[in-house]
Design a protein. Structure first.
Length: 294
């Protein structure tokens, strides 16, 4: 089967250092399809109540089958004509620069394993439900898709800045701060963002849209602080992945989000991302060097 943390096909691909892979659909077992059915069925009421309307339109456009794990070729058949984006199967973790560069090329690195039926509520790493049902419906909206491409442009700007610094220690220190700022901004928008609609606040972040328990909590709990999107706050705010988010940011729409990404790049060029507050996310030396090898 292709169950998260228990998929020989993925282990073999990693052993060969093969990041981009095919989706071996024939390896999905009944438990895998049962997990997809359960996850999809229990999200439907929450999507109807809490998801932004563009996400709901995207679900309709993609024609995802609620009964079984989707074939990426079918997803791409409906997705590509709308925005040029395609889901591309990967064997695991994608280094930051490569991930953002994929977005620039309108490719979305997509996990093909799915969580087990006894771990439906929380998974510390992405799976195909998070990636396809949480992320990809948003990729059908042109303004949102262009925002993702803009993220990719920012990554190239970061690489160009790094290339102009001769001292390796200084280069890595500056990159660490810039990439941390980018990762935080991505987390508080694409992963956990809220937006204003004519019907009130709705979710557009995939981390919310793929979580049965956190989605209603994000919109209704008095424990959550919902603040207007502020670039300065986002880039200096650390986060943790193992509990519900206590702070979420609200955009006015995807044009607003696109403008914020542009502002992020402006601040990068002006040196305003060079000394962001310490804290999560943690970055490895390989993460940083992915920008140096660009």
């Amino acid at each position: 089967m292709l169950t998260t943390t228990a998929a020989p096909f993925i282990e073999e691909a990693r052993a060969r250092d093969q990041l981009f892979i095919r989706q071996p659909y024939e390896l999905y077992g009944e438990e895998n399809h049962a997990a997809w059915r359960t996850l999809y069925a229990r999200m439907l009421p929450s999507w109807a109540q809490y998801a932004n309307p563009h996400f709901l339109d995207g679900l309709t456009a993609l024609r995802l089958d609620p009964r079984q794990v989707p074939r990426l070729e079918d997803v791409n058949r409906f997705l590509a004509p709308l925005t040029g984006f395609q889901a591309r199967a990967v064997s695991g973790y994608v280094p930051p620069f490569l991930f953002f560069d994929c977005l620039r090329r309108r490719e979305f690195p997509t996990t093909i394993t799915i969580r087990s039926t006894d771990s439906l509520d929380y998974l510390p790493e992405p799976d195909i439900f998070h990636d396809i049902a949480g992320h990809v419906p948003m990729h059908t909206h042109r303004d949102f898709a262009e925002t993702l491409v803009r993220f990719g442009d920012c990554a190239h700007t970061a690489a160009e800045i790094a290339a102009g610094i001769r001292d390796e220690a200084v280069r890595l220190e500056r990159l660490a701060s810039i990439v941390k700022a980018m990762a935080r901004f991505f987390w508080f928008t694409v992963e956990f963002g809220l937006m204003r609609t004519k019907d009130g606040l709705r979710a557009y972040g995939s981390g919310l849209l793929s979580s049965h328990s956190e989605l209603p909590h994000a919109l209704e709990s008095p424990e959550v602080q919902r603040s207007e999107a502020c670039l300065e706050w986002m880039i200096h705010q650390s986060f943790a992945i193992d509990h519900f988010q206590p702070l979420l940011f609200v955009v006015q729409g995807f044009e607003h989000l696109y403008e914020l990404v542009g502002k992020l790049e402006e601040w990068m060029l002006a040196g305003k991302l060079d000394h962001v507050a310490p804290g999560e996310p943690a970055l490895s030396l390989e993460d940083l060097r992915s920008f140096c090898w660009a």
